[in-house]
Design a protein around this ligand. Structure first.
Ligand code: GLN
Length: 493
């Protein structure tokens, strides 16, 4: 290692680090060491990681330096990244935020982690999350809650709260999360960073610990839209190990960036601005809409998604139903936590699941099992699937008139730790604007658009299936106009 270690500015984006690595301003090993020390100190403040993968990170950094020294590498080579602890990493603990999988080390990588490794990105740790990705505040993690870097008495959002908070706190420039009903976009909004949920089928779910398989996608967090586009490019595309990925080619997501707002038709559906929305958040988002308009986009307030009012109940039938099936595998027999001293198999299984799962996970399993049981299936599950079809059709109709839809990402800014933990329904409402998009399968992004009493607000853009390029183009144009994304929470601690 060099004796004189350069001062490294961790406010930099991935793109800026990549450029610095290429001209030899610092090495990936030096950047990784600086990152590891930052995330260790951040850990005490915010509890953002479940595992810090120091040894792996240093090895990957050295490999990246070798690759860069030959003039090779892609935009992520040598750049540190955090990965949600729901994504299987070979030989590295993967807990899903649950006691059930504490100490579990997968024997394989999920496809997106393989792709990160091929790109030369440096994985510095596995980020904290709500247990099995069920939650909106990170308080359902078996490893303790994550705190919001803007105000440590508040939640970072969830379930990918660790991934959002570490990007906000300048721990890493990039991270990966998963989004089943809002788990990328909601924490991105509450932590003041950019987060994108890709179209269902755009990114492989192979090796991602399953919660609700028909709804979820892996997606990127970053501090700016360019970085998010680069990370999406790295992970997107068909995968023979996940038959739900589609053969659509991955486009150049930044090709349209220079066109800015030109010709963009933006729909603003009134249903997303109803009574649940905080007035202060509404006014920040209305200002953003004006900004779109003055910068050249046309705004259409006539689009409607009337069935969206049924999205929340439909989601809380479909997602728990899938969870009840997906989580049946945790029976203490093959892997994970296992209670051994029971008098019967039944007792051992019930002790295993009783101790291994937290309250929210149990609640979902019970709801889902009930909804799928004989006699209730038609009344709940089938009906929810019909609502799903309607919502999908309404999004398609709205997006036949517009290039994208604009809404708030969340009804309020970050709430206090403990505020909603005893009231599951209140917690569920924080995903009111994000989960209809998972029901429809479309892509959506959250970008910072201002503050309410020092706490970030997110702007939510929803696109046509497989048209992430237009979302990214609009988000980038907005970010260049406003620079909200450059605000950092450092002054707060
Ligand atoms: N908060 C929602 C839930 O609890 C969404 C979670 C997610 O997107 N993984 O189900």
């Amino acid at each position: 290692m060099d004796s004189a270690v350069p001062e490294i500015d961790l406010n930099r984006t991935a793109r800026e680090h990549a450029a610095a690595l290429r001209v030899g301003e610092y090495t990936s090993r030096q950047l990784t060491e600086a990152t590891l020390s930052q995330i260790r100190s951040e850990q005490d403040l915010f509890n953002t990681y479940i595992t810090i993968t120091e040894e792996l990170a240093l090895q990957q950094a050295e490999a990246a330096d070798d690759r860069l020294s030959t003039g090779e590498g892609d935009p992520l080579t040598g750049v540190p990244i955090g990965v949600k602890d729901l994504l299987s990493t070979k030989g590295i603990p993967t807990s899903a935020g649950s006691r059930m999988l504490e100490g579990y080390r997968p024997t394989f990588n999920c496809t997106v982690v393989d792709r990160l490794q091929q790109s030369g990105a440096v994985i510095v740790g596995k980020t904290n999350l709500d247990e099995f990705a069920m939650g909106s505040s990170n308080e359902h993690s078996a490893f303790g809650p994550v705190r919001n870097p803007w105000d440590t008495t508040r939640v970072p959002g969830g379930s990918s709260g660790g991934s959002a908070a570490t990007v906000a706190a300048r721990g890493v420039p990039l991270s990966l999360g998963t989004d089943t009903g809002g788990s990328i976009r909601q924490p991105a909004a509450l932590c003041g960073v950019v987060g994108l949920k890709p179209t269902y089928g755009r990114v492989s779910r192979y090796g991602v610990i399953a919660f609700a398989s028909s709804l979820e996608q892996v997606g990127p967090f970053g501090r700016d839209v360019h970085d998010v586009a680069d990370l999406l490019t790295t992970i997107a595309g068909q995968d023979s190990l996940d038959s739900t990925t589609v053969p659509e080619p991955v486009p150049d997501y930044k090709a349209g960036f220079e066109r800015g707002f030109e010709g963009l038709r933006v729909g603003v559906p009134a249903e997303f601005f109803g009574s649940g929305l905080d007035e202060s958040v509404r006014s920040v988002v209305e200002t953003a809409i004006e900004r779109f308009e003055t910068a050249g986009a046309s705004i259409d307030r006539s689009v409607e998604i009337p069935t969206v009012q049924a999205a929340l109940p439909a989601y809380y039938i479909i997602a728990p139903s899938e969870a009840s099936a997906n989580l049946a595998r945790y029976d203490g027999v093959k892997y994970g936590y296992s209670f051994k001293d029971g008098e019967s198999v039944d007792e051992e299984m019930s002790m295993t699941r009783g101790y291994g799962f937290g309250d929210e996970v149990k609640r979902r399993i019970m709801i889902g099992t009930y909804a799928l049981s004989a006699g209730y299936y038609d009344a709940y599950y089938l009906k929810a699937q019909k609502v799903r079809t309607l919502i999908r059709q309404e999004f398609a109709m709205a997006l036949s008139k517009c290039d994208l839809l604009l809404t708030p990402t969340t009804p309020s800014v970050a709430f206090a730790l403990g505020e909603k933990i005893e009231a599951p329904y209140e917690m569920y409402l924080s995903d009111l604007y994000t989960l209809p998009v998972n029901i429809a399968g479309n892509p959506a992004i959250s970008v910072p658009c201002g503050f309410v009493q020092g706490l970030p607000v997110g702007l939510h853009l929803i696109g046509r299936p497989f048209d992430e390029a237009t979302l990214l183009r609009a988000a980038n144009a907005y970010q260049e106009e406003t620079h909200w994304h450059e605000q950092a929470p450092q002054s707060k601690y």
